[in-house]
Design a protein. Structure first.
Lengths: 183, 427
């Protein structure tokens, strides 16, 4: 197995682990919300803050999950022109789409940093009864975008390497057009 | 501005760049070329506020609910139960296809998962009982689309979030048109099979004893639906809370009446949920940023100019929008089509004085059609992949009657807006 394939395998395993952790966090949110609802209905009193916490979990899913979806080729792409091309043409379009994605994701991650930076400088807390120090959820969220940027960069390089070596099948498997039918 | 954005949207998507990324590029472009002040600096804050939302977490929770029911084997058993109740109708099993699709759409909110499940269970039966493959597979593909109209619909949650429309109101607005469409599917199938008996398989009847015993499978799903939807309508729970309750009930059903939930099944369901939710979230964050950029760049002014220049009546503009969705629906998939067009289309429609809740329902019906119109109709591919033989053309021919029903529903909604707006008005 070449070094590229080792790298791709490691990236895949890491992202499967990320997905699992996010999934468990989601189950935790379900239980938390449930306890909150039961508490409110029975009059035992609510723990409070389930709204706020579930928002933070959502932010984590919506940032860390992005790279999992990228590795599974789940981000929707329109296959209108690409499907009419031959293997080389498709490979070039895949690499083009991957590099554009990579550039945009790097830019977004770069622009996300000031949000966290200001929170840390000001020591901002949420305007809620929990008074959550905002650097915690925002730190997790920013790390997710940084991880997405890292995964995208690695995938771009892996894609280019596969293309250069003429490994079209691996290229299609890594950054080609995924289908919901594969799942 | 609007035309440039619309043209770049289609152009960039045709280059097969991921839809969510295209929306970010457009937002950045609008900020650079049309806005007086730099919008890029606001990007991080917009991404944070669009994703840290306790409303949106209903999306992964409903996805998880559906994953549990499907992977836990509940869907397959429901199909068998519905068969006992419905196969006396002309068209036999085809009605079980539609009814299962309707029930699962009503609980899971995912069209593709529903179509995939019904197709896997139903296809072997169809061959054994010698059904005409066209109508049979067409009914599965079309029935699966009901999932995004009958609440709890993920698409309606996303629409509500992006247009700042009440999600409970959208849910109640989708209910009557959704059920009407399911009934219309059944009636159309029965009429076709009455006229051409060769298309349907044998009508079979089961004893009442068999039917009553099958209720064990049906009742829990109905309870799940009533609790999830009822708790939102009654005002006991927010959509997020009802989704959380629904996940727990679904897990209980899968354990007691399905195949159970092993660790491997749970891990698969969670992985699938994260994959689908993240895919949805990238598109939402992109659309949210594009929304922000267009509003900051003076969308209102551009819009007024556009409406004054077209010289069309409000109805004329609306019909143009409908036509646009019909055409785009041939090439672009449901959620992407919806989210990508919301920042441009909904302000136009609202500017003309149309109700946003009503337009949400109309848009969903148009987008359902996109799921089953070739060349890019996701449900067509899903159903085809579950078939052992035969060509894609058979599925495409089979959905034609159902596409016609959908077109009638679009016309009906435009002629009688009360169809969607009556239920929200009395709740």
């Amino acid at each position: 197995m070449s070094r590229i394939e080792t790298l791709e395998g490691a990236l895949r395993r890491a992202n499967r682990l990320v997905a699992l952790v996010l999934g468990v966090a989601l189950v935790g949110t379900v239980l938390f919300v449930l306890i909150d609802v039961i508490g409110r209905k029975t009059g035992w009193g609510s723990l409070g803050g389930s709204d706020e916490i579930s928002g933070y979990v959502m932010a984590a899913v919506a940032s860390w999950g992005l790279s999992c979806a990228l590795l599974d080729r789940a981000h929707v792409r329109i296959d209108l022109i690409r499907q009419k091309l031959n293997d080389t043409g498709q490979g070039l379009m895949d690499i083009f789409a991957m590099i554009v994605t990579n550039g945009v994701v790097l830019l977004i991650a770069y622009q996300c940093w000031p949000v966290l930076q200001k929170t840390i400088e000001r020591g901002s807390r949420a305007n809620t009864p929990l008074e959550t120090p905002l650097w915690i959820p925002q730190g997790i969220w920013f790390a997710g975008w940084a991880w997405f940027a890292l995964s995208a960069t690695a995938l771009s390089l892996i894609g280019i390497a596969y293309f250069a070596r003429g490994k079209r099948a691996q290229l299609a498997n890594t950054i080609g057009l995924g289908s919901e039918l594969d799942q | 501005m609007i035309w440039t954005v619309a043209a770049s949207l289609l152009g960039l998507m045709a280059l097969s760049i991921p839809v969510g990324i295209v929306l970010f590029i457009l937002g950045i472009g609008v900020g650079e070329f049309y806005s007086a002040f730099p919008l890029l600096r606001g990007l991080g804050q917009v991404v944070w506020s669009s994703s840290s939302s306790s409303t949106l977490i209903a999306v992964p929770l409903f996805v998880l609910l559906g994953e549990i029911l499907v992977r836990g084997g509940v869907a397959a058993r429901t199909y068998a139960a519905l068969d006992k109740w419905l196969s006396w109708l002309p068209g036999g099993l085809i009605h079980a296809n539609i009814a299962t699709a309707t029930m699962f759409s009503a609980t899971s909110g995912s069209s593709v998962a529903t179509a995939a499940t019904v197709a896997t269970v139903a296809m072997p039966q169809a061959e054994k009982l010698k059904y005409d493959p066209k109508l049979f597979s067409g009914a599965i593909a079309a029935g699966g689309t009901l999932g995004i109209l009958i609440p709890p619909s993920i698409n309606l949650i996303v629409y509500g979030f992006l247009t700042e429309t009440s999600i409970p109101q959208l849910f109640s607005a989708g209910l009557v048109p959704g059920i009407l469409m399911a009934l219309a599917f059944v009636v159309v199938t029965a009429l076709i099979c009455k006229a051409r008996p060769a298309l349907g398989g044998p009508s079979r009847s089961f004893t009442w004893g068999e039917r009553l015993r099958s209720l064990v499978q049906l009742v829990p799903i109905i309870i799940l639906f009533v609790v999830v939807i009822g708790s939102i309508y009654a005002g006991w729970a927010t959509p997020t809370e009802s989704a959380a309750i629904g996940v727990v009930i679904a897990a209980l059903i899968a354990v007691t009446l399905g195949n159970g939930l092993g660790l491997a099944t749970i891990a698969e369901a969670l992985h699938g949920t994260i994959r689908i939710s993240a895919m949805i979230m990238l598109v939402i964050a992109g659309a949210y940023f594009l929304n922000f950029a267009m509003t900051s760049a003076g969308l209102g002014r551009a819009l007024t100019e556009l409406l004054e220049n077209t010289g069309l009546s409000p109805l004329g503009t609306l019909l143009l929008v409908v036509l646009l969705y019909l055409i785009l629906g041939f090439f672009i998939e449901t959620l992407s089509l919806m989210v990508a067009t919301i920042p441009i289309i909904v302000p136009i429609i609202a500017g003309l004085g149309y109700d946003k809740v009503w337009f949400g329902v109309l848009m969903i019906v148009l987008i359902e059609m996109a799921l089953i119109t070739p060349p890019v109709g996701l449900n067509l591919f899903v159903v085809q992949s579950a078939r052992a033989k035969g060509s894609m053309n058979e599925v495409i021919l089979g959905v034609i009657p159902f596409v016609l029903v959908m077109l009638c529903m679009v016309a009906l909604l435009i002629a009688v807006p009360g169809l969607a707006l009556w239920l929200p008005s009395i709740l």
